[in-house]
Design a binder for this molecule. Structure first.
Ligand code: TYD
Ligand code: MG
Length: 460
Protein backbone atom coordinates (compact mmCIF):
# COMPACT_ATOMS: atom_id res chain seq x y z
CA UNK A 1 0.00 0.00 0.00
CA UNK A 2 1.28 3.45 -0.89
CA UNK A 3 2.27 5.63 2.01
CA UNK A 4 0.30 8.80 2.46
CA UNK A 5 2.34 11.78 1.29
CA UNK A 6 4.00 13.55 4.15
CA UNK A 7 3.40 17.24 4.65
CA UNK A 8 6.37 19.42 5.28
CA UNK A 9 6.82 23.14 5.43
CA UNK A 10 9.65 24.40 3.29
CA UNK A 11 11.28 27.81 3.49
CA UNK A 12 11.08 29.17 -0.05
CA UNK A 13 14.17 31.22 0.55
CA UNK A 14 16.72 28.70 1.80
CA UNK A 15 14.96 25.35 1.58
CA UNK A 16 14.83 24.61 5.33
CA UNK A 17 12.26 21.93 6.08
CA UNK A 18 10.20 21.81 9.25
CA UNK A 19 7.18 19.79 10.28
CA UNK A 20 5.16 22.71 11.66
CA UNK A 21 4.56 26.08 10.07
CA UNK A 22 6.79 28.87 11.36
CA UNK A 23 6.55 32.61 10.84
CA UNK A 24 10.26 33.08 10.59
CA UNK A 25 12.89 30.76 9.22
CA UNK A 26 15.35 29.79 11.97
CA UNK A 27 18.10 29.31 9.35
CA UNK A 28 17.98 32.29 7.04
CA UNK A 29 15.82 34.64 9.08
CA UNK A 30 13.29 35.22 6.29
CA UNK A 31 9.73 36.02 7.42
CA UNK A 32 6.61 34.35 6.09
CA UNK A 33 8.65 32.13 3.83
CA UNK A 34 7.27 28.72 4.80
CA UNK A 35 4.97 27.02 2.34
CA UNK A 36 3.27 23.69 2.78
CA UNK A 37 4.63 21.09 0.38
CA UNK A 38 3.87 17.45 -0.01
CA UNK A 39 6.63 14.99 -0.61
CA UNK A 40 6.32 11.31 -1.19
CA UNK A 41 9.58 9.74 -0.26
CA UNK A 42 8.58 6.43 -1.82
CA UNK A 43 11.04 3.70 -2.56
CA UNK A 44 9.84 3.79 -6.15
CA UNK A 45 10.96 7.36 -6.48
CA UNK A 46 14.47 6.49 -5.42
CA UNK A 47 14.70 3.69 -7.94
CA UNK A 48 13.10 5.86 -10.58
CA UNK A 49 15.74 8.48 -9.97
CA UNK A 50 18.46 6.13 -10.97
CA UNK A 51 16.73 4.98 -14.11
CA UNK A 52 15.49 8.36 -15.22
CA UNK A 53 18.78 10.18 -15.25
CA UNK A 54 19.99 7.63 -17.78
CA UNK A 55 22.05 6.52 -14.87
CA UNK A 56 22.67 2.98 -13.76
CA UNK A 57 23.83 2.15 -10.30
CA UNK A 58 27.28 0.87 -10.96
CA UNK A 59 30.07 -0.22 -8.77
CA UNK A 60 32.40 2.59 -7.86
CA UNK A 61 35.94 2.19 -6.67
CA UNK A 62 38.52 4.74 -5.65
CA UNK A 63 40.70 5.90 -8.53
CA UNK A 64 44.34 6.89 -8.19
CA UNK A 65 44.61 10.67 -8.45
CA UNK A 66 47.27 10.57 -11.13
CA UNK A 67 45.19 8.29 -13.32
CA UNK A 68 42.24 10.62 -13.54
CA UNK A 69 42.03 12.30 -16.90
CA UNK A 70 42.40 16.02 -16.79
CA UNK A 71 39.42 17.83 -18.18
CA UNK A 72 40.70 21.20 -19.10
CA UNK A 73 41.57 20.51 -22.71
CA UNK A 74 38.12 19.14 -23.32
CA UNK A 75 36.36 22.47 -22.90
CA UNK A 76 34.01 23.24 -25.75
CA UNK A 77 34.11 26.78 -27.05
CA UNK A 78 30.58 28.17 -27.19
CA UNK A 79 31.43 30.29 -30.20
CA UNK A 80 30.76 33.45 -28.20
CA UNK A 81 34.00 34.70 -26.70
CA UNK A 82 32.55 36.74 -23.89
CA UNK A 83 30.45 33.79 -22.79
CA UNK A 84 33.48 31.49 -22.81
CA UNK A 85 35.38 34.00 -20.74
CA UNK A 86 32.72 34.01 -18.02
CA UNK A 87 32.75 30.23 -17.93
CA UNK A 88 36.50 30.24 -17.42
CA UNK A 89 37.49 29.46 -21.01
CA UNK A 90 34.68 27.45 -22.55
CA UNK A 91 32.00 24.98 -21.60
CA UNK A 92 33.04 21.99 -19.53
CA UNK A 93 31.23 18.84 -20.69
CA UNK A 94 29.24 17.34 -17.85
CA UNK A 95 28.71 20.62 -16.09
CA UNK A 96 25.43 22.04 -14.82
CA UNK A 97 25.22 25.76 -15.36
CA UNK A 98 22.58 28.02 -13.85
CA UNK A 99 21.85 31.33 -15.57
CA UNK A 100 19.83 33.74 -13.50
CA UNK A 101 18.46 37.18 -14.15
CA UNK A 102 15.42 39.41 -14.16
CA UNK A 103 12.64 38.64 -16.62
CA UNK A 104 13.24 40.26 -20.00
CA UNK A 105 16.93 40.83 -19.51
CA UNK A 106 18.01 38.49 -22.30
CA UNK A 107 18.52 35.01 -20.86
CA UNK A 108 16.54 33.19 -23.53
CA UNK A 109 18.16 35.30 -26.22
CA UNK A 110 21.70 34.50 -25.13
CA UNK A 111 21.03 30.82 -24.62
CA UNK A 112 19.39 30.50 -28.00
CA UNK A 113 22.48 32.06 -29.54
CA UNK A 114 24.68 29.67 -27.60
CA UNK A 115 22.47 26.74 -28.64
CA UNK A 116 22.82 27.76 -32.26
CA UNK A 117 26.62 27.91 -32.14
CA UNK A 118 26.89 24.73 -30.11
CA UNK A 119 24.69 22.76 -32.45
CA UNK A 120 27.05 23.52 -35.30
CA UNK A 121 29.88 21.71 -33.57
CA UNK A 122 28.72 19.37 -30.83
CA UNK A 123 25.83 17.69 -32.52
CA UNK A 124 22.24 17.83 -31.41
CA UNK A 125 21.26 20.52 -28.98
CA UNK A 126 17.97 20.18 -27.16
CA UNK A 127 16.23 23.40 -26.14
CA UNK A 128 13.51 22.60 -23.63
CA UNK A 129 11.07 25.43 -23.23
CA UNK A 130 8.29 25.57 -20.70
CA UNK A 131 7.75 29.26 -21.23
CA UNK A 132 7.34 29.80 -24.93
CA UNK A 133 5.92 27.87 -27.86
CA UNK A 134 8.07 26.61 -30.73
CA UNK A 135 6.63 29.38 -32.88
CA UNK A 136 7.73 32.07 -30.46
CA UNK A 137 11.20 30.63 -30.22
CA UNK A 138 11.36 30.29 -33.97
CA UNK A 139 10.45 33.96 -34.35
CA UNK A 140 13.16 34.99 -31.96
CA UNK A 141 15.59 32.67 -33.71
CA UNK A 142 14.88 34.29 -37.04
CA UNK A 143 15.68 37.66 -35.57
CA UNK A 144 18.94 36.27 -34.30
CA UNK A 145 19.83 34.64 -37.59
CA UNK A 146 19.72 31.15 -36.10
CA UNK A 147 19.89 28.54 -38.81
CA UNK A 148 21.06 25.54 -36.88
CA UNK A 149 19.99 22.31 -38.51
CA UNK A 150 20.84 20.44 -35.36
CA UNK A 151 18.83 22.43 -32.90
CA UNK A 152 15.73 20.73 -31.50
CA UNK A 153 12.98 22.46 -29.56
CA UNK A 154 10.94 20.65 -26.98
CA UNK A 155 7.98 22.46 -25.41
CA UNK A 156 7.61 20.31 -22.31
CA UNK A 157 7.46 20.86 -18.59
CA UNK A 158 7.27 17.35 -17.22
CA UNK A 159 10.68 16.23 -16.02
CA UNK A 160 10.09 12.54 -16.68
CA UNK A 161 9.04 13.25 -20.26
CA UNK A 162 12.08 15.43 -20.79
CA UNK A 163 14.39 12.73 -19.46
CA UNK A 164 12.75 10.13 -21.70
CA UNK A 165 13.27 12.38 -24.66
CA UNK A 166 16.92 12.79 -23.74
CA UNK A 167 17.26 9.03 -23.49
CA UNK A 168 15.89 8.66 -27.02
CA UNK A 169 17.62 11.59 -28.65
CA UNK A 170 20.99 11.64 -26.91
CA UNK A 171 21.61 15.35 -27.41
CA UNK A 172 25.10 16.80 -27.00
CA UNK A 173 23.86 19.69 -24.88
CA UNK A 174 20.62 20.65 -23.15
CA UNK A 175 19.10 24.01 -22.34
CA UNK A 176 16.19 24.24 -19.94
CA UNK A 177 14.15 27.44 -20.13
CA UNK A 178 13.23 27.81 -17.31
CA UNK A 179 13.82 25.58 -14.30
CA UNK A 180 10.81 27.10 -12.54
CA UNK A 181 8.43 25.68 -15.13
CA UNK A 182 9.69 22.10 -14.98
CA UNK A 183 8.14 19.72 -12.48
CA UNK A 184 8.62 16.14 -11.46
CA UNK A 185 5.53 14.02 -11.00
CA UNK A 186 7.30 12.26 -8.14
CA UNK A 187 6.81 15.34 -6.02
CA UNK A 188 3.47 16.83 -5.23
CA UNK A 189 4.43 20.45 -4.70
CA UNK A 190 3.74 23.07 -7.32
CA UNK A 191 6.23 23.80 -10.10
CA UNK A 192 8.65 26.49 -9.00
CA UNK A 193 8.53 25.53 -5.32
CA UNK A 194 11.80 24.80 -3.61
CA UNK A 195 11.27 21.03 -3.49
CA UNK A 196 10.46 20.90 -7.20
CA UNK A 197 13.24 23.16 -8.30
CA UNK A 198 15.75 21.24 -6.21
CA UNK A 199 14.58 17.86 -7.43
CA UNK A 200 14.64 18.98 -11.05
CA UNK A 201 18.09 20.51 -10.65
CA UNK A 202 19.55 17.41 -9.06
CA UNK A 203 18.08 15.22 -11.80
CA UNK A 204 19.71 17.40 -14.41
CA UNK A 205 22.94 17.33 -12.46
CA UNK A 206 22.95 13.54 -12.56
CA UNK A 207 22.10 13.61 -16.22
CA UNK A 208 24.93 16.01 -16.99
CA UNK A 209 27.47 13.93 -15.07
CA UNK A 210 26.36 10.60 -16.47
CA UNK A 211 26.19 11.66 -20.08
CA UNK A 212 29.08 14.12 -19.83
CA UNK A 213 27.13 16.80 -21.60
CA UNK A 214 26.61 20.39 -20.53
CA UNK A 215 23.19 21.31 -19.17
CA UNK A 216 22.13 24.95 -18.89
CA UNK A 217 19.32 25.89 -16.53
CA UNK A 218 17.69 29.26 -16.92
CA UNK A 219 16.27 30.60 -13.66
CA UNK A 220 14.27 33.66 -12.84
CA UNK A 221 15.39 35.88 -10.10
CA UNK A 222 12.87 36.56 -7.37
CA UNK A 223 12.27 39.99 -5.96
CA UNK A 224 15.10 39.75 -3.46
CA UNK A 225 17.51 39.20 -6.31
CA UNK A 226 18.08 35.55 -5.86
CA UNK A 227 17.21 32.58 -8.03
CA UNK A 228 13.97 30.79 -7.09
CA UNK A 229 14.43 29.54 -3.62
CA UNK A 230 17.85 31.19 -3.88
CA UNK A 231 20.49 29.30 -2.08
CA UNK A 232 18.44 26.18 -2.67
CA UNK A 233 19.95 25.86 -6.13
CA UNK A 234 23.33 27.47 -6.01
CA UNK A 235 25.01 24.65 -4.14
CA UNK A 236 23.66 21.98 -6.49
CA UNK A 237 24.96 23.41 -9.74
CA UNK A 238 28.58 23.73 -10.86
CA UNK A 239 28.41 27.26 -12.14
CA UNK A 240 26.14 30.19 -11.42
CA UNK A 241 25.96 33.05 -13.90
CA UNK A 242 23.97 36.19 -13.23
CA UNK A 243 22.69 38.52 -15.87
CA UNK A 244 22.89 42.14 -14.80
CA UNK A 245 21.88 45.30 -16.55
CA UNK A 246 19.37 48.07 -16.45
CA UNK A 247 16.35 48.61 -18.59
CA UNK A 248 17.52 51.98 -19.85
CA UNK A 249 20.99 50.79 -20.74
CA UNK A 250 21.64 48.46 -23.61
CA UNK A 251 24.61 46.75 -22.11
CA UNK A 252 24.29 43.52 -20.21
CA UNK A 253 26.82 42.03 -17.87
CA UNK A 254 27.03 38.32 -17.29
CA UNK A 255 28.88 37.55 -14.10
CA UNK A 256 30.01 34.23 -12.67
CA UNK A 257 29.29 34.19 -8.95
CA UNK A 258 30.26 30.57 -8.55
CA UNK A 259 32.33 28.38 -10.82
CA UNK A 260 33.70 24.96 -10.00
CA UNK A 261 35.71 25.10 -13.21
CA UNK A 262 37.13 28.59 -13.22
CA UNK A 263 37.47 31.89 -11.45
CA UNK A 264 34.36 33.33 -9.90
CA UNK A 265 33.72 37.01 -10.49
CA UNK A 266 34.69 36.71 -14.11
CA UNK A 267 32.46 38.80 -16.27
CA UNK A 268 31.38 39.22 -19.85
CA UNK A 269 29.90 42.33 -21.38
CA UNK A 270 27.24 42.29 -24.09
CA UNK A 271 25.10 44.79 -25.86
CA UNK A 272 21.46 44.09 -26.64
CA UNK A 273 20.84 44.93 -30.29
CA UNK A 274 18.13 44.22 -32.82
CA UNK A 275 19.99 41.04 -33.71
CA UNK A 276 20.38 39.73 -30.22
CA UNK A 277 23.28 40.04 -27.81
CA UNK A 278 26.59 41.14 -29.25
CA UNK A 279 29.82 40.81 -27.30
CA UNK A 280 31.47 44.10 -26.41
CA UNK A 281 35.14 43.81 -27.26
CA UNK A 282 36.29 46.78 -25.24
CA UNK A 283 34.09 47.36 -22.21
CA UNK A 284 36.24 50.18 -20.77
CA UNK A 285 35.72 52.20 -23.89
CA UNK A 286 32.00 51.64 -23.68
CA UNK A 287 31.77 52.57 -20.01
CA UNK A 288 33.78 55.73 -20.59
CA UNK A 289 31.86 56.74 -23.66
CA UNK A 290 30.29 60.18 -23.38
CA UNK A 291 32.20 61.01 -20.21
CA UNK A 292 32.16 64.70 -19.32
CA UNK A 293 35.67 66.12 -19.50
CA UNK A 294 36.98 68.98 -17.42
CA UNK A 295 34.09 68.82 -15.00
CA UNK A 296 34.63 68.67 -11.25
CA UNK A 297 33.54 65.45 -9.55
CA UNK A 298 34.39 63.00 -12.34
CA UNK A 299 37.37 60.66 -12.04
CA UNK A 300 38.37 57.50 -13.92
CA UNK A 301 39.29 54.56 -11.77
CA UNK A 302 41.18 51.51 -13.02
CA UNK A 303 39.37 48.51 -11.59
CA UNK A 304 39.65 44.76 -11.95
CA UNK A 305 36.64 42.62 -12.73
CA UNK A 306 37.71 39.04 -12.32
CA UNK A 307 40.85 38.75 -14.42
CA UNK A 308 39.95 41.68 -16.62
CA UNK A 309 40.97 45.28 -16.07
CA UNK A 310 38.17 47.76 -16.55
CA UNK A 311 38.19 51.53 -16.46
CA UNK A 312 35.11 53.08 -14.94
CA UNK A 313 34.06 56.62 -14.31
CA UNK A 314 33.27 57.57 -10.72
CA UNK A 315 31.15 60.66 -10.20
CA UNK A 316 30.59 62.49 -6.96
CA UNK A 317 28.58 65.47 -5.90
CA UNK A 318 29.41 67.03 -2.55
CA UNK A 319 27.57 70.13 -1.43
CA UNK A 320 26.79 71.92 1.82
CA UNK A 321 23.90 70.31 3.57
CA UNK A 322 21.06 71.94 5.41
CA UNK A 323 20.24 68.66 7.11
CA UNK A 324 21.31 67.52 10.53
CA UNK A 325 22.09 64.15 9.03
CA UNK A 326 23.60 64.94 5.63
CA UNK A 327 22.46 62.71 2.76
CA UNK A 328 24.78 59.93 1.66
CA UNK A 329 23.94 57.85 -1.36
CA UNK A 330 26.10 55.51 -3.37
CA UNK A 331 25.23 53.79 -6.64
CA UNK A 332 27.49 50.92 -7.57
CA UNK A 333 29.64 51.36 -4.48
CA UNK A 334 29.27 50.16 -0.90
CA UNK A 335 27.66 52.82 1.30
CA UNK A 336 29.54 51.82 4.41
CA UNK A 337 32.80 52.05 2.55
CA UNK A 338 31.79 55.54 1.43
CA UNK A 339 31.15 56.55 5.03
CA UNK A 340 34.57 55.22 5.99
CA UNK A 341 36.32 57.11 3.21
CA UNK A 342 34.54 60.33 4.20
CA UNK A 343 35.70 59.86 7.77
CA UNK A 344 39.26 59.32 6.59
CA UNK A 345 39.09 62.46 4.47
CA UNK A 346 37.76 64.49 7.39
CA UNK A 347 40.08 63.18 10.07
CA UNK A 348 43.32 62.37 8.26
CA UNK A 349 43.31 64.77 5.37
CA UNK A 350 41.56 67.63 7.11
CA UNK A 351 38.65 68.08 4.72
CA UNK A 352 36.34 68.51 7.68
CA UNK A 353 33.58 70.35 5.87
CA UNK A 354 32.74 67.05 4.18
CA UNK A 355 31.09 65.76 7.33
CA UNK A 356 28.50 68.51 6.97
CA UNK A 357 27.99 67.96 3.25
CA UNK A 358 25.55 65.88 1.30
CA UNK A 359 27.54 63.38 -0.72
CA UNK A 360 26.19 61.52 -3.73
CA UNK A 361 28.32 58.95 -5.43
CA UNK A 362 27.68 57.16 -8.68
CA UNK A 363 29.63 54.61 -10.64
CA UNK A 364 28.59 55.36 -14.21
CA UNK A 365 26.93 52.81 -16.44
CA UNK A 366 25.06 50.88 -13.76
CA UNK A 367 28.31 49.21 -12.90
CA UNK A 368 29.14 47.77 -9.46
CA UNK A 369 32.65 48.06 -8.08
CA UNK A 370 33.37 46.14 -4.96
CA UNK A 371 37.13 46.03 -4.74
CA UNK A 372 39.15 48.16 -2.33
CA UNK A 373 41.38 49.51 -5.10
CA UNK A 374 38.45 51.67 -6.22
CA UNK A 375 38.85 53.74 -3.00
CA UNK A 376 41.26 56.27 -4.42
CA UNK A 377 38.97 57.01 -7.36
CA UNK A 378 36.08 57.60 -4.99
CA UNK A 379 38.14 59.84 -2.73
CA UNK A 380 39.42 61.82 -5.71
CA UNK A 381 35.93 62.32 -7.14
CA UNK A 382 34.57 63.52 -3.80
CA UNK A 383 37.38 65.99 -3.20
CA UNK A 384 37.19 67.17 -6.80
CA UNK A 385 33.53 67.98 -6.36
CA UNK A 386 33.91 69.43 -2.90
CA UNK A 387 36.75 71.77 -3.88
CA UNK A 388 35.27 72.32 -7.31
CA UNK A 389 38.58 71.41 -8.91
CA UNK A 390 38.79 69.50 -12.16
CA UNK A 391 40.82 66.30 -12.48
CA UNK A 392 42.76 66.08 -15.71
CA UNK A 393 40.70 63.85 -18.05
CA UNK A 394 43.84 61.98 -19.15
CA UNK A 395 44.55 60.82 -15.60
CA UNK A 396 43.38 57.53 -14.12
CA UNK A 397 43.73 56.45 -10.49
CA UNK A 398 43.59 53.32 -8.37
CA UNK A 399 44.60 52.25 -4.86
CA UNK A 400 43.14 51.11 -1.59
CA UNK A 401 42.78 53.70 1.16
CA UNK A 402 43.53 52.62 4.72
CA UNK A 403 42.18 54.04 7.95
CA UNK A 404 45.25 56.19 8.55
CA UNK A 405 44.92 57.74 5.12
CA UNK A 406 47.66 55.59 3.63
CA UNK A 407 47.37 54.33 0.05
CA UNK A 408 47.88 50.59 -0.06
CA UNK A 409 48.96 48.38 -2.91
CA UNK A 410 46.51 46.69 -5.22
CA UNK A 411 46.76 43.45 -7.14
CA UNK A 412 47.27 43.42 -10.90
CA UNK A 413 48.77 46.89 -11.09
CA UNK A 414 50.37 46.00 -14.40
CA UNK A 415 47.10 45.01 -16.05
CA UNK A 416 45.39 48.15 -14.83
CA UNK A 417 48.15 50.39 -16.11
CA UNK A 418 48.14 48.68 -19.50
CA UNK A 419 44.41 49.11 -19.87
CA UNK A 420 44.73 52.81 -19.07
CA UNK A 421 47.52 53.11 -21.61
CA UNK A 422 45.46 51.34 -24.25
CA UNK A 423 42.68 53.87 -23.81
CA UNK A 424 44.96 56.85 -24.18
CA UNK A 425 45.46 57.88 -20.57
CA UNK A 426 48.70 59.75 -19.96
CA UNK A 427 49.09 59.64 -16.20
CA UNK A 428 48.23 57.04 -13.60
CA UNK A 429 48.19 57.82 -9.91
CA UNK A 430 48.66 54.59 -8.03
CA UNK A 431 50.07 53.07 -4.83
CA UNK A 432 53.83 53.68 -4.49
CA UNK A 433 54.32 50.06 -3.47
CA UNK A 434 53.07 48.96 -6.89
CA UNK A 435 55.30 51.12 -9.05
CA UNK A 436 58.56 49.24 -8.46
CA UNK A 437 57.75 46.05 -10.37
CA UNK A 438 55.96 47.91 -13.08
CA UNK A 439 57.27 47.73 -16.59
CA UNK A 440 57.70 51.04 -18.39
CA UNK A 441 54.74 51.81 -20.55
CA UNK A 442 54.98 54.02 -23.60
CA UNK A 443 53.34 57.40 -23.27
CA UNK A 444 52.14 56.89 -19.70
CA UNK A 445 53.57 58.42 -16.57
CA UNK A 446 52.95 56.37 -13.47
CA UNK A 447 53.05 58.30 -10.23
CA UNK A 448 53.32 56.33 -7.00
CA UNK A 449 51.73 57.84 -3.90
CA UNK A 450 51.92 56.77 -0.24
CA UNK A 451 48.99 58.66 1.20
CA UNK A 452 45.72 60.24 0.22
CA UNK A 453 47.32 63.66 0.78
CA UNK A 454 50.07 62.89 -1.69
CA UNK A 455 47.50 61.69 -4.19
CA UNK A 456 45.43 64.85 -3.80
CA UNK A 457 48.53 67.04 -4.22
CA UNK A 458 49.32 65.19 -7.40
CA UNK A 459 45.75 65.48 -8.70
CA UNK A 460 45.03 69.12 -7.98
P1 TYD B 1 14.60 37.51 -23.46
O1 TYD B 1 15.79 36.77 -23.91
O2 TYD B 1 13.27 36.99 -23.84
O3 TYD B 1 14.64 37.70 -21.87
P2 TYD B 1 14.51 36.61 -20.70
O4 TYD B 1 14.57 35.26 -21.30
O5 TYD B 1 15.66 36.94 -19.80
O6 TYD B 1 13.22 36.89 -20.03
O7 TYD B 1 14.80 39.01 -23.95
C1 TYD B 1 13.74 39.84 -24.08
C2 TYD B 1 14.15 41.26 -24.36
O8 TYD B 1 15.22 41.40 -25.27
C3 TYD B 1 12.96 41.92 -24.97
O9 TYD B 1 12.72 43.13 -24.26
C4 TYD B 1 13.35 42.17 -26.39
C5 TYD B 1 14.85 42.23 -26.34
N1 TYD B 1 15.47 41.73 -27.59
C6 TYD B 1 16.22 42.59 -28.38
O10 TYD B 1 16.36 43.78 -28.08
N2 TYD B 1 16.83 42.10 -29.51
C7 TYD B 1 16.72 40.81 -29.88
O11 TYD B 1 17.30 40.41 -30.90
C8 TYD B 1 15.93 39.94 -29.07
C9 TYD B 1 15.75 38.49 -29.44
C10 TYD B 1 15.34 40.42 -27.93
MG1 MG C 1 12.96 33.86 -21.38
Amino acid sequence: MAKAPATVYVCQNCGKQVSKWLGKCPDCGEWQSFVEERVRPSAGAAKGVAARGGFRLREVKPVRFGEIESQDDSRIPSGIDEFDRVLGGGIVPGSLILIGGDPGIGKSTLLLQVADRLSRQSGRVLYVSGEESERQIKMRGERLGVEAANLYLLPETNLENILNEVERDEPGAIIVDSIQTVFSSQIESAPGSVSQVREVASQFLMLAKNRTIPVFLIGHVTKEGSIAGPKALEHIVDTVLYFEGERHHNHRIVRATKNRFGAANELGVFEMTGEGLVAVANPSEMFLHGRPENVAGSVVSACMEGTRPMLVEVQALASDSSLNNPARTAQGFDRNRLALLLAVLAKRVGVEGLLKSDVFLNVVGGFEVDEPAADLGVVAAIVSSYRNRVVDPKTAVFGEVGLTGEVRGAMQAQARAREAQALGFEKIIMPASNTSGLERLLGVRTVGVRSVEEALDELF
